[in-house]
Design a protein around this ligand. Structure first.
Ligand code: E4P
Length: 218
């Protein structure tokens, strides 16, 4: 399973990429608004750092506007994936952009039927939001299970990109279910590193090593 960073923050992205665990980045208008500055310049820099798929979202709501904006975003860098919302216009724009050879990530997906429409329109990625479903007492991971089943049965090439991730268990469940990608805020990726037994174990190894060194010298 590929691991993407769900952020528009260059500093956070630059800190994680050298670890060799990051395959791409997703952004959305809320994340980009938080960063301020020139969004096109930020997307360009993220592409240079990550050298993998970087989703940049349109803000137009009509299909012609989405297509024009999508072409413009795709021109920023070869790594840009055009992100469009799952609306009727979004699906129409997905079909046009995909037919032109642009990769499209269909976002704000909350049902298997919506995921099916995105795949039919030729989306490269479909983004089901697990956390926002959990927030309303609906099992987000059950949505992933259903989409995996449908895409496997019909051999859709569209990748399942698990989004709205809130904690490491979401990452583990996404991997167990066979999702293609999981996009995570940096704090969730950071949380994956932590285990108290690792800290205790390392402290003990180093302590034993120091003791042995001191005994040899003394
Ligand atoms: C997906 O690509 C979105 O950017 C994101 O995962 C939304 O997550 P949120 O529900 O934490 O805003």
């Amino acid at each position: 399973m590929k691991l993407f960073i769900d952020s528009g923050n260059l500093r956070d992205i630059e800190a994680l990429v050298p670890l060799g665990i990051i395959d791409g980045v997703t952004t959305n208008p809320s994340l980009m608004a938080k960063e301020g500055g020139d969004p096109r310049a930020i997307i360009k820099r993220i592409c240079e750092v990550v050298k993998g798929p970087v989703s940049a979202e349109v803000v137009a709501t009509d299909w012609e506007g989405m297509v024009a904006e999508g072409r413009d975003l795709a021109a920023i860098d070869e790594h840009v994936v055009v992100k469009v919302p799952l609306t009727r216009d979004g699906i129409r724009a997905t079909k046009v952009l995909s037919d032109e050879g642009h990769r499209v990530n269909v976002t704000l997906v909350f049902s298997p039927a919506q995921a099916l429409l995105a795949a039919k329109a030729g989306a490269a990625y479909v983004s089901p939001f697990v956390g926002r479903l959990d927030d309303i007492a609906t099992d987000g991971m059950d949505l992933i299970r259903q989409i995996v089943e449908i895409f496997d049965a019909h051999e859709f090439a569209t990748e399942i990109l698990v989004a709205s991730v809130r904690h490491p268990i979401h990452i583990v469940e996404a991997a167990r279910l066979g999702a293609d990608v999981c996009t995570c805020p940096t704090k969730v990726i950071d949380a994956c590193f932590n285990h108290p037994l690792t800290d205790i174990g390392l402290a003990k190894f180093l302590q034993d090593w120091e003791k042995a060194q001191a005994a040899r010298k003394g």
